[in-house]
Each structure stands twice: as structure tokens, then as C-alpha cells.
Design a protein around this ligand. Structure first.
Ligand code: SIN
Length: 289
């Protein structure tokens, strides 16, 4: 364990040396967590935004039970869940699959919903020998690093979110030519829009974070397309600078939980010819403020 490792009362939290995120060891997620341990896990999650627990083989029941200790399930649209498991999505890509890997674009999960999920929980079942990392961007530090003038300009702006680009009837998945194992449900429903503050305040930490992504943000209220594209383009470049990004390398049976309220993520490819299987749940969130 590195010098940065801290022992809370029950769990070991090893903060990532490069920025944000932390590894947590010293507990078994297949069993219900005591109130004290759960509080420590939630504190570590608030402190680090992305937390991962290596060496946690979990059945579907155990994954669901762990999720429910964090909060009620979120609603996952546009992707067919696992059979008999309405709250678990299987992110599966076969070795011979040519379609682009799922999640390959910076986004915060389901940000087009009125109450987007607070957490996403991803549990690795089969990890390819190369590639398949997940990148996370720290939208809190990215906000903090802006000038006061820019913060003043952004605070109060409203961004418009929609699922049209990936899931709309003329979106990326609708136009996909290559076969895909995951069952994506393209729909008119995806073309609805939902406004959220461009800078949101985290309900637990009270810290402000940028809240927009190239996958789901379609514009800024009151601005022309050109104006929003220029401003959002600047923000996306800023948020995904190396200094705000953590690259997560998976091991099999690792559980990672991230905070959609203050991070973006991007599923990296680079594993053609290899199987990758992950199981994903979401935890309900509230209306962004
Ligand atoms: C996602 O939830 O966007 C996919 C993340 C991953 O598969 O690494």
C-alpha cells in the first residue's frame, strides 16, 4: 500500500496519486455492510467521486443488494436489461464484434433525464488482456480551475440535454451498420430535451461542477447554435485535459462506482478480438441544482 493510503475506521482508502479516484479494500461487498462501514464508503465516494473495489466476485443478487445499499435503482432507458434482471445491463462485446464499443464518448449517464442517476456501478466479469480502460474526468476540479470571470459567465446558464444523438431514430445507433451484441432500443422518446444548470452544486459536498457532455448536451438556453458550440467545445477540451482525467484499468471481479453529478466518463476501446463483459446498475439521483 502506498504512503497515501489512509485507514478509516473499517476500510482502507488509497487515493489515486494522480488527481481523483480512490481504491477501497478491506471489505466484502457480497455481504450487507454495517451502517458504519456504509457511511465510510459513502464518505470515500463523496471525497473521491470514483471509487473501486478490487477482488469482489458478486452474483447478480449481490450486485443488486450492494446497489440498493447506496440508493434505489435508477431508470435505464434505451438498452434491454439482462433477462429477469430489469436493473442490470450487461455491457458485452464479443471478440468478433466490429461495432464501436459502447460508451465511447464523454458523457455523464442519462443526463437527459429530469433526475439523472447519482451513481453508476460497474462490475467487471471478463476483462480483455489489452485495452478496455474507462477514463473519468473530474468536473469539480475542472470548474475550480476556471477564472472567476468565466465562472461568473457560466453560473446561471442552462444546458439542454437530449438522448437524440445516440438513441434517436436518426441517431448513431439507428444508423449503425455493424452487428452489436447489446440490444439498443432507438426511439422517438430519445429526442425529448431536458434543461439542467451548466454548473451544478453537488448535494452532498456542496462543491460546484461543470455539467455538460458532447454525447448528451445539445445546446445552451438562449444562445445560437454557433455560440453554444463554441462555448461547449471550449468546456469539453478543458474538462478532459490530462490533469483532470483518471484512466481506470480493470481487473476481473472489480466493482467501480462513480458519481455522475461531478464526473464524465469514456469507455476506451483497443480490445478488438477479445471479449469484454461488464454488469452495470445505476442509483437514482435528484434534480440537478
Ligand atoms: C459506460 O457506462 O458508459 C461504459 C463504461 C465502460 O464500459 O467502461
Amino acid at each position: 500500500m502506498s504512503q497515501n493510503a489512509t485507514r478509516t475506521r473499517h476500510i482502507h482508502v488509497r487515493p489515486n496519486e494522480r488527481g481523483f479516484g480512490a481504491e477501497i479494500t478491506g471489505l466484502d461487498l457480497s455481504k450487507p455492510l454495517s451502517a458504519d462501514i456504509l457511511a465510510e464508503v459513502k464518505q470515500a465516494w463523496a471525497d473521491h467521486a470514483v471509487i473501486w473495489f478490487p477482488g469482489q466476485p458478486l452474483s447478480h443478487d449481490e450486485l443488486e443488494a450492494f446497489t440498493l445499499q447506496i440508493g434505489p435503482f435508477g431508470h435505464d432507458p434505451f438498452i434491454a436489461p439482462m433477462e429477469d434482471r430489469p436493473h442490470i445491463l450487461e455491457l458485452r462485446r464479443e471478440p468478433d464484434e466490429k461495432a464501436r464499443n459502447f460508451g465511447a464518448g464523454w458523457h455523464s449517464d442519462w443526463s437527459f433525464q429530469e433526475e439523472p442517476p447519482a451513481a453508476t456501478i460497474l462490475h467487471s466479469k471478463v476483462v480483455p488482456p489489452v485495452g478496455g480502460d474507462t477514463l473519468y474526468a473530474d468536473c469539480t476540479r475542472a470548474y475550480d480551475a476556471l477564472s472567476d470571470k468565466m465562472k461568473g459567465m457560466l453560473d446561471g446558464l442552462v444546458a439542454i440535454h437530449s438522448a437524440a444523438l445516440p438513441y434517436g431514430t436518426e441517431g448513431i445507433f439507428a444508423q449503425e451498420k455493424e452487428a452489436r451484441t447489446m440490444k439498443i432500443i432507438v426511439s422517438k422518446e430519445a429526442e425529448k430535451t431536458c434543461p439542467h444548470p451548466l454548473v451544478r452544486t453537488h448535494p452532498v459536498t456542496g462543491r460546484k461542477a461543470l455539467y455538460a457532455s458532447p454525447v448528451y448536451t445539445v445546446g445552451i438556453e438562449g444562445m445560437t447554435h454557433e455560440e453554444s458550440a463554441a462555448l461547449l467545445g471550449f468546456l469539453y477540451n478543458h474538462m478532459t485535459k490530462d490533469e483532470f482525467v483518471y484512466r481506470h484499468c480493470w481487473q476481473p471481479e472489480m466493482l467501480t462506482m462513480w458519481d455522475n453529478r461531478c464526473t464524465l466518463h469514456y469507455a476506451d476501446g483497443g480490445y478488438d478480438g477479445h471479449l469484454r463483459v461488464m454488469h452495470r446498475t445505476t442509483v437514482a439521483g435528484d434534480v440537478p441544482h
